[in-house]
Design a protein around this ligand. Structure first.
Ligand code: 13P
Ligand code: SF4
Length: 302
């Protein structure tokens, strides 16, 4: 164990803290975490944590969700500037106009969104539960924010609904091109193609499986295939290789890299625990408004 890892373990006990990490952070950060998962799993876990402090190794909307769902805990972000650009790619004014236009509108908010957008929404979803939740909503008209690609992916599967699409996107998945995936497919003709639904339609159309980060991990583990082309952020390779040491995983081109997630380092985790300066703070009224759609997601995904 490195000195830094030892220090983190010691501080964790001293402060009665747990470390949550998304699969997109660096492998060495994932290795010090008590809980590693996709956005849905981490929101669920964060809502139940009993310890006093949650160190959230991810981007700011994830720390916000933890604080919204478990407000008496101290939520520390190792790097408060670790942000997700997509989390800001919708706006409350447009939501208001859409509500005026469609009487029965349900605003469905991908968790990759800031607290203000959540507070304007009816229910949150993640890529792991969006289809189930959208299907269960009684509303015909659904305004899906902020991700256009997840929205289109869901829309294809629920033709009975009118899904109104907001033009947001995740920069790294949005830029993953079908031509680049096809080039990998030519290089590895026996490989299965596993795709995150934040990718554009022409990429998900190439998928043997499309789903959340955890879904991709589960599929790779259960599959008899021995080779996989992975169309999502490269942090996930750490767990894929750990769980499947005999299988081969290929990146598309140089691989997809989320700048926000990669800001989290072991040193910053240790500093956050030691100094307790990078706490997530949310106005109480905003927190209560944003909690409703998050709680509704947890209920509907049971
Ligand atoms: P999931 O964790 O739901 O797979 O989403 C991926 C992502 O972009 C997280 O920021
Ligand atoms: Fe946001 Fe994309 Fe990074 Fe996820 S991978 S945090 S959606 S920028």
């Amino acid at each position: 164990m490195s000195d830094l890892t030892e220090k983190i373990q010691r501080l964790k006990k001293e402060k009665n803290a747990v470390i949550c990490a998304h699969y997109y952070v660096d492998g060495e950060v994932q290795d010090v975490a008590d809980y590693i998962g996709d956005s849905y799993y981490l929101a669920k876990i964060a809502s139940k944590v009993k310890e006093d402090v949650i160190v959230f190794c991810g981007v700011s909307f994830m720390g916000e969700s933890a604080k919204i769902l478990n407000p008496t805990k101290t939520v520390l972000m190792p790097d408060p500037d670790a942000d997700c650009p997509m989390a800001h790619m919708a706006d409350p004014e447009t939501i208001k106009k859409m509500r005026e236009q469609y009487e029965d509108l349900a605003v469905v908010c991908y968790v990759n969104s800031n607290a203000v957008l959540k507070a304007c929404s009816d229910v949150c979803v993640t890529s792991a539960n969006a289809l189930k939740i959208v299907k269960e909503l009684p509303n015909k008209n659904i305004y899906f924010i902020p991700d256009q690609h997840l929205a289109s992916y869901i829309a294809q599967q629920v033709p009975e609904k009118n899904i109104l699409i907001n033009p947001g996107y995740c920069p790294i998945h949005h830029e993953l091109s079908a031509d680049a995936v096809k080039a990998e497919m030519r290089r590895h003709p026996d490989a299965q193609v596993l795709v995150h639904p934040e990718c554009p339609k022409d990429v998900t159309d190439l998928a043997d499986y499309a789903g959340s980060t955890s879904g991709i991990l589960e599929y790779a583990k259960k599959s008899d295939a021995e080779e996989f082309i992975i169309c999502t952020e490269k942090g996930v390779f750490h767990e894929l290789r750990k769980q499947n040491p005999k299988k081969q995983f290929y990146m598309v081109g140089e691989g997809q890299c989320c700048e926000g997630m990669k800001r989290i380092t072991l040193q910053k985790v240790a500093d956050a625990l030691e100094l307790c300066k990078t706490e997530t703070v949310i106005d109480e009224k905003l927190r209560q408004d944003a909690e409703k759609p998050l709680q509704k997601m947890l209920e509907l995904s049971k």
